[in-house]
Design a binder for this molecule. Structure first.
Ligand SMILES: Cc1cc2nc3c(=O)[nH]c(=O)nc-3n(C[C@H](O)[C@H](O)[C@H](O)COP(=O)(O)O)c2cc1C
Length: 246
């Protein structure tokens, strides 16, 4: 943590949330494997994936096969999220796993998506598992007021960035990578602010928990609604990465 200085404005929960289309057809990396573990692109997916392969295969998945994900696999994936770095080892990010069909349906209903589903929602509703990622500003202010940090004034302007949100993003990305490592897929999306109270009430989430977003999880189906990369180009390396001087 740097010396105290004014922090940026604190962001709200990520927008847009459910209902935002996110098209793209899965590439070969998301195609299904046959019994031998070799997928249609000829890549053997039976053994452990290398880190490079996990990174390459990690794409948001918006349509899932109906098979449930074993609870041990879900736990392993969420545990990877728990092991993400957290500022001051606050560990202020919490996870609510929904893996029973009535809970998953209850989420979509509380999140305001009881309506006739569009293609995005129809695909996302096929996910057998949802991992709701919550963070707590209070947990970070409490932690940094401890003697080894000493910010007893609990002034939010001290923060170089709101680490409660930073840590939630770190955890979410780790979960997405762990999902790929487990031969599954996921998609991160936000709960619209106007529906967060209903989601909290439906699942008994305490008031101080802030919704960072949700990760859908499951076995990728062979097709999905395409996402923003189908409409936008990836920025060039030289445009995004500077050396020595901006
Ligand atoms: C903070 C955040 C919010 C996102 N919200 C949504 C969303 O509401 N709906 C959706 O389909 N995808 C959402 N995405 C996924 C992005 O569209 C996706 O990561 C991006 O287009 C790059 O595609 P890729 O992850 O498949 O490489 C979100 C991603 C992030 C990091």
């Amino acid at each position: 943590m740097n010396a105290p200085r004014p922090g940026p404005p604190r962001p709200g929960p990520p927008r847009p949330g459910p209902g935002q289309p996110g098209p793209r057809q899965p590439g070969p990396e998301q195609s299904e494997s046959n019994q031998s573990g070799v997928d249609r692109s000829g890549v053997d997916r039976s053994g452990p994936a290398s880190f490079a392969e996990v990174l390459r295969r990690r794409r948001m998945v918006r349509h899932y096969r109906p098979e449930p994900v074993p609870a041990e696999t879900v736990d392993r994936i969420v545990d990877a999220g728990r092991r993400s770095p957290t500022a001051g080892f606050t560990q202020g990010v919490s996870f609510l796993v929904l893996d029973r069909p009535d809970d998953v349906a209850g989420f979509w209903s509380a999140a305001g998506d009881d309506r006739e589903p569009d293609a995005w929602l129809a695909g996302m509703r096929t996910a057998p598992v949802l991992i709701l990622v919550w963070t707590s500003e209070r947990a970070y202010l409490d932690r940094y007021a401890e003697p080894d940090k000493g910010w007893t004034d609990r002034d939010p302007d001290r923060w170089a960035a709101p680490y409660w949100w930073v840590d939630a993003g770190m955890a979410a990305q780790t979960i997405l990578l762990a999902a790929v490592d487990a031969r599954l897929g996921g998609c991160f999306f936000g709960i619209p602010p106007e529906h967060q109270a209903a989601v909290r009430a439906r699942f008994g989430v305490p008031e101080d928990q802030l919704s960072a977003g949700v990760i859908s999880l499951g076995r990728p189906a062979s097709a999905g609604v395409p996402g923003s990369p189908s409409r936008r180009r990836r920025r060039a390396f030289a445009d995004q990465v500077r050396r020595g001087h901006w």
